[in-house]
Design a protein around this ligand. Structure first.
Ligand SMILES: [Zn+2]
Length: 177
């Protein structure tokens, strides 16, 4: 729980979506929050997308399979998306604007990606920093400011280095079909 800023010990045993909504509603009661307690798979993600006309998907998942699925759905439904990943002191983040920028699968192959073998080691501050950067990407993309389209930001919190790598769209990728 040390990295889960929406939660505290009094909520142990509560549904995470319910607790998150309670805390966020106290922060800003003018925001409407819809919660879904479910696992993301091809069926559920499409079902939820059909309910509301979403502007942005923020991937906060902890496994490659979900990241590839979120990327695919974002591309197919033409929804802007930011995907971040972390492992101990390292992270990476990219923003996808379907039909304009490279997507997650332009860079990472679902075939070459190592299988998910349970939870990766996490240092509490790393998801906090990457999550905040994802929120920043949503703001900047929405405001038309420079963002991480066609770029990956590599975050190294051991050496405190932030490096940006330019990426190009793969003409054979799902986003170019
Ligand atoms: Zn692609």
């Amino acid at each position: 729980m040390q990295r889960q800023i929406l939660y505290n010990e009094s909520q142990i045993g509560d549904d995470k979506v319910k607790s998150a909504k309670t805390v966020l509603t106290k922060l800003n009661s003018d925001v409407n929050i819809n919660t879904y307690k479910d696992y993301i798979d091809e069926g559920s993600i499409v079902k939820y997308l059909e309910e509301i006309d979403y502007d942005f998907i923020v991937d906060c998942s902890d496994n490659f399979k979900t990241k590839f699925l979120v990327n695919k759905i974002a591309v197919e439904h033409n929804i802007q998306c930011v995907i971040a990943g972390i492992k101990d002191f390292y992270g990476q983040i990219m923003t996808i604007k379907p039909r304009n920028s490279a997507c997650y699968q332009c860079v990472f192959s679902p075939i070459d990606t190592p299988p998910d073998e349970g939870p990766l080691p996490v240092i509490g501050v790393t998801p906090g920093i990457l999550g905040t950067l994802e929120a920043l990407e949503v703001l900047k993309t929405t405001l038309g400011l420079p963002n991480l389209e066609n770029k990956i930001l590599m975050v190294n919190l051991i050496d405190l280095r932030f490096n940006i790598i330019d990426i190009v769209r793969n003409e054979k990728c799902i986003c170019s079909q």
